[in-house]
Structure formats: structure tokens, C-alpha cells
Design a protein. Structure first.
Length: 171
């Protein structure tokens, strides 16, 4: 049976992952309607990735004899000023999620729930990779500044990343 404190903390994380998915959906829509089809493809994919994260937690809680919770969720921001604005916000958001996963890990250690701690290792690695990826993209965007040709190139690169990415595994 899953420790109740751990279950409650995972249920809060489920809400955060769902919010992430909706935030990236909102960002993808902005990109698609503002001339950045590559960034849109990248973010649509990321929307699915966050949903997969959410589902991983849902299935884990249920498989351990607990009950996952679908919560009320706030509306994400839907107006952005630029690609730079979007990726800056993504990085800040991912740093927040990393901190949240680390806190969750801390709870599992306090509660001596080592199985969940072990399960969380995947997310700890994933967060490191996500932060690195977003930081790299943001660095490139900052480098080209307002240069339209440079931005076009970055959009193409993001499209390439979305196309080359491995299929999202079923949970
Ligand atoms: Fe589910 Fe991007 O963290």
C-alpha cells in the first residue's frame, strides 16, 4: 500500500504535470499562429511528453494500491511576446518542476518509501535533460536576437528536433 503522505504529494505532482502539458499546448498554439511552425511542432510534442509524465504518476499510484487524483487546474497564460519570451518561461517552469520533483524525492526519503524514491530516479534524470535542452535552445534564441533569418533557422531546427525525436512510449 502506498504511503498516504507520498500519495498526496504525487497527486500534487500529477496536477503540475497536467498543467505543464496545458502550458506547452498554449505556447504551441501561439507559435503556430505567429509564424513559427517548427517551434509549434516541438511544443506540441512536448505537450504529449508532459501528458506521459502525468500518466506515469497516475499509473504508479494506482498500481501501488493508491488512488490517483484528477484536480482542478488553472488556465495557462496564452499570450506571449516572442519565442524568447516562451523559452525563457519554459526554462523557469522546468526549474520549478525540478525543484518539485526533488521535494517529492525528499518526502519519500523522510517516509522511508524507497520504492517510490527509486521510481522517481527516472524523473530526476528527465528533468536534468529537459533543463539542458531548454537552456540550449534559449541560448541560441538569445544569440540571434531580433534577426529574422536567424529566427527562421531556429524554427527549422526545432522542427527537425520534433521530427527526429523518439516516439513517446505508452504508459
Ligand atoms: Fe514533466 Fe517537463 O517536466
Amino acid at each position: 500500500m502506498l504511503n498516504l503522505k507520498v500519495q498526496d504529494a504525487i497527486n500534487v505532482q500529477i496536477k503540475k504535470e497536467e498543467f505543464s502539458s496545458r502550458l506547452y499546448l498554449s505556447m504551441a498554439i501561439w507559435c503556430e499562429t505567429n509564424g513559427y511552425p517548427g517551434a509549434a511542432a516541438f511544443l506540441y510534442r512536448h505537450t504529449e511528453e508532459e501528458r506521459m509524465h502525468m500518466m506515469k504518476f497516475v499509473r504508479y499510484v494506482n498500481n501501488r494500491g493508491g488512488k490517483a487524483l484528477v484536480s482542478d487546474i488553472e488556465k495557462p497564460e496564452n499570450d506571449f511576446s516572442s519565442l524568447n519570451d516562451i523559452f525563457t518561461k519554459i526554462l523557469v517552469h522546468e526549474e520549478y518542476i525540478t525543484e518539485s520533483i526533488n521535494n517529492l524525492y525528499g518526502i519519500t526519503m523522510d517516509e522511508k518509501d524507497f520504492s517510490t524514491g527509486n521510481f522517481l530516479q527516472w524523473f530526476i534524470t528527465e528533468q536534468m535533460e529537459e533543463e539542458n535542452l531548454m537552456r540550449t535552445i534559449l541560448d541560441k534564441i538569445s544569440l540571434v536576437g531580433m534577426d529574422k533569418a536567424g529566427m527562421f533557422h531556429i524554427d527549422k531546427e526545432l522542427e527537425g528536433m520534433a521530427t527526429a525525436a523518439k516516439p513517446i512510449p505508452a504508459v
